[in-house]
Design a protein around this ligand. Structure first.
Ligand SMILES: Cc1ncc(COP(=O)(O)O)c(C=O)c1O
Length: 474
């Protein structure tokens, strides 16, 4: 049946609450279907999705093996809640613990959730239950979700659900305070909030600790270790778009062991091949590390159906085994998303997805290097696998950003001339989608199995976009 897209646009404008723009600014982007790395418009235009729908369709769209897995489960199950055992739930947990994580020697059991933020809620609940302590440390520019508990940990200013207006000051969400959480520095070497330069900062102390880790330890200790349950970190900041130096996570691990607190790694965006390893913490560390919990979503099912999960250590699993835990969320453990996850993970294993991402990332990094030789507004780029951070500056030598607020933006005033929006708009003219939530920063990456031809198309679009942006802004 033909779809009347004019009618759809009208209903969409009229009946949906939209984020990111006022109703007047809102411009619907209708998508008729998805295919591989592409979104297809009703007119048949294929848009190469190089932000992978919020970095979550790790194997690409509409993979027949994943579709078949869901179809099979649909034949067998309507719905079962969490007290029932299904082969899907048992097998996905087996894959996570035995196939993907056994070599790291810490992971023991899995608890399912509705999505990423819900997995974070579950992880901090478990941390507080297990330790009996209330406080969770988080970091500048961290993103962990929009639900109440996860939002306490989200310190990326533009992602705190506030209302901003074209001209007035933003309206923060009433009552949305930072309860039982506190803030530590991010490993944001390009614009260090402690005023250091990397790697010279490593010489600032005799014990070799990065100043951001030393400061984190001091802040945690100042809250009294009797009160601190855990620290949560992303492996690399996804929404905040920051790739840390590889000694950072190992030093966080040393610190949490010294202090006797838990370390939750939020793998919602970086897990399942994104950084060229199964998990982000494996790719972002210069030696093996062991978290106490990881949170997963997005790539676990390549988002064919929504699913979240928390993987916990042997110690936490033993504790949970020893109590009667009164905890239920109706849809957590739903057989259909777990069937999608099973089919997705089996397919990832079959094609060796992390290695494909690693190879794609190595090629893309070389291409970005060539672009950086041509455009002085490319201040730096970093990343691997299919996740890259690219900082856009007035001049590489001064690092001066076009938008001074940078990661503290509140989206007031005219944002249409922000570098991230200009580059996105010009790349879109070439049917390539890139973007980001920071005014001076592109965050880029396709499905983990993005091909060289697709990467070349992205590079051509970026070449065109930077050329136009520099002609206009410089
Ligand atoms: C690191 C991280 N944690 C949590 C979340 C929240 O996940 P969800 O949007 O599925 O609630 C996200 C979403 O992008 C994320 O990147």
């Amino acid at each position: 049946m033909a779809i009347d897209w004019k009618q759809i646009e009208e209903w969409d404008r009229k009946y949906n609450v939209h984020a990111f723009s006022t109703a007047d600014e809102y411009a619907p982007v209708c998508i008729e279907r998805t295919q591989g790395n592409y979104l297809v418009t009703p007119e048949g235009t294929k848009l190469l999705d190089f932000y992978n729908q919020l970095f979550c369709v790790n194997v690409g769209q509409n993979v027949p093996e994943v579709q078949e897995g869901i179809r099979e489960a649909l034949e067998r199950y309507g719905f079962l809640w969490d007290i029932y055992t299904t082969d899907y739930k048992a097998e996905v947990s087996k894959i996570l613990i035995e196939d993907l994580l056994a070599a790291d020697g810490w992971a023991a059991k899995v608890r399912y959730a509705l999505g990423g933020g819900d997995a974070v809620e579950t992880a901090i609940l478990l941390a507080r239950l297990y330790t009996g302590k209330p406080l969770v440390a988080t970091r500048e520019h961290g993103y962990h979700g929009v639900s109440a508990g996860a939002a306490q940990l989200t310190r990326m200013v533009p992602s705190r659900s506030y209302a901003s207006y074209p001209e007035e000051r933003p309206r923060m969400v009433a009552g949305s305070m930072f309860q039982n959480t506190f803030l530590c520095p991010a490993p944001f070497c390009y614009r260090c909030s402690l005023g250091h330069d990397y790697p010279a900062c490593k010489c600032a102390r005799t014990d070799g600790k990065l100043p951001c880790v030393a400061q984190t330890e001091e802040i945690i200790t100042s809250h009294n270790l009797a009160n601190v349950a855990a620290i949560i970190t992303e492996p690399a900041c996804g929404a905040g778009t920051i790739v840390p130096p590889k000694e950072y996570l190992p030093q966080i691990e040393d610190m949490k062991n010294r202090l006797g607190i838990l370390w939750i790694v939020d793998e919602v965006l970086m897990g399942f091949g994104r950084l060229g390893e199964w998990f982000g913490y494996q790719a972002m560390a210069d030696r093996p590390v062991k978290p106490d919990m990881i949170t997963c979503a997005k790539g676990i099912s390549s988002s064919a159906l929504p699913l979240g999960a928390v993987v916990v250590s042997r110690e936490i699993a033993d504790f949970m085994d020893s109590i009667r835990w009164n905890h239920v969320s109706t849809f957590a453990g739903h057989p259909l998303p777990l069937a999608a996850a099973k089919a997705n993970l089996r397919y990832m294993q079959k094609i060796g997805l992390p290695a494909l991402a690693k190879e794609a990332g190595e090629y893309f990094r070389r291409c970005l290097g060539q672009l950086a030789d041509r455009y002085h507004t490319i201040g730096m780029f970093a990343g691997e696998g299919m996740f890259f951070q690219l900082e856009i500056v007035k001049d590489r030598s001064t690092r001066e950003p076009f938008v001074g607020e940078d990661r503290f933006t509140t989206f007031t005033g005219d944002t249409s001339r922000w570098p991230v929006h200009l580059i996105s708009a010009y790349a879109a003219e070439k049917n390539v989608l890139v973007g980001g939530f920071v005014p001076n920063t592109l965050r880029m990456g396709g499905a983990c199995n993005t091909t060289r031809d697709e990467l070349d198309a992205v590079v051509d679009a970026l070449d065109y976009a930077f050329g136009r942006m520099e002609a206009e802004l410089c």
